[in-house]
Write a protein of this length. Structure first.
Length: 356
């Protein structure tokens, strides 16, 4: 909802398009035609020029006329979802929930894929000013996000809600929906400990990810509370990919003190871990136990079926979309407390007591 303080004498709200494209061109040191190309055909300009123009757009608050017209009409009925990978099975389920809620509320959805790359403030800013959307759902770690685009002006124009991800200080002013990742990782590790495991390793995601840090913190907290040592080399980055997890598993299998159990920070890496263990001639769970995280659709049909932490992916998707709708339709009410949804330990056949 527009800020009443911005209302003009005539009773209408000034649009961001009142900032002249000429002013953007002057600030960026380029022609008006170049600004237009950066907005409408960015592939036709050099990256250096594009970044200069995007910086000027952010600083002036300029918005293309078509976008400004959409805001003057009231709504675009379009929301954008930013996620790491369209092919990730977990995010596929989250997207199903988002689309269900979006359809019920009369919105369409567009997707921006980051491929696990950290996005710069300029890139996020370009999306904010060039996408005709009423709001954004972030399903991707974005730290550092760039505080200049998180101004009150930006929030008023385009509501943002964060789903699944742990929230960085830069994003703390935005509402979010996610599980307690620390508690969930701690529960997974404690389950392995309850089964008699003492040598427990972890295959984690990218070191820069706050989500990875939370899950690793939960693992370490459980080990520490049980007075169990974590050997050097027992925490290995698996890059949140099949190949990365296979390499990480091989490192653990070749460790001087081979672990009897491996906790993987997501199910894709856990399924790759199962493959690598069996390829090494070892049995699961007889020789090594494996536990995952997320409960993707393939976890139940893995060989053996995967013990894991279940996230209610579709429910998270629905909740985050409805939360965004409240931001769009009821205005930014200042309520930013995270909405924590429950997780569940799902016991299958990939974990057993250690041999001997």
């Amino acid at each position: 909802m527009p800020d009443p303080a911005l209302k003009t004498v005539s009773g209408t709200y000034p649009s961001m398009a009142e900032v002249s494209i000429k002013e953007v061109a002057r600030m960026a040191g380029v022609s008006i035609a170049t600004v237009s190309r950066c907005v409408n055909n960015p592939e036709k300009v050099t990256e250096k020029t594009r970044l200069r123009v995007q910086k000027a757009i952010l600083e002036t608050g300029y918005s293309p006329n078509t976008l400004a017209q959409s805001f003057r009409r009231g709504r675009t009925n379009l929301v954008m979802v930013v996620l790491p990978s369209i092919g990730d099975p977990f995010f596929t389920d989250v997207m199903r929930g988002i689309r269900t809620a979006a359809k019920a509320k009369g919105y369409s959805v567009v997707i921006e894929e980051t491929q696990f790359n950290t996005m710069t403030a300029d890139e996020i800013g370009a999306m904010l000013v060039s996408k005709q959307t009423d709001g954004i759902i972030l399903l991707a770690s974005m730290s550092p996000f760039g505080t200049e685009i998180l101004s009150a002006k930006s929030r008023r124009r385009l509501p943002i809600v964060i789903g699944c991800e742990t929230i960085s200080p830069e994003l703390s002013e935005f509402p979010s929906v996610h599980i307690d990742n620390v508690a969930a990782a701690k529960e997974a590790t404690n389950y392995l400990i309850s089964q008699g495991h003492r040598r427990i390793a972890m295959i984690c995601g990218q070191a820069s990810s706050l989500l990875t840090k939370d899950r690793e913190y939960g693992y370490r907290a459980a080990m520490n509370q049980s007075r169990l040592a974590i050997e050097e080399g027992w925490v290995v980055e698996g890059e949140l990919s099949l190949d990365g997890a296979i390499r990480a598993t091989r490192k653990l299998l070749n460790h001087q003190h081979r672990p009897t159990a491996i906790f993987c920070a997501n199910d894709e890496m856990a399924i790759a871990c199962l493959h690598a263990v069996k390829s090494a001639g070892l049995r699961i769970p007889d020789d090594i136990s494996v536990i995952g995280f997320d409960d993707i659709r393939y976890a139940e049909v893995a060989d053996p079926p995967l013990t894991t932490i279940g996230q209610p992916a579709e429910e998270i998707g629905e909740r985050v979309m409805y939360r965004l709708c409240r931001e769009i339709e009821d205005g930014l009410d200042g309520e930013t407390a995270p909405e924590i949804v429950p997780h569940k330990l799902i016991v299958r056949q990939s974990v057993a007591r250690p041999a001997g």
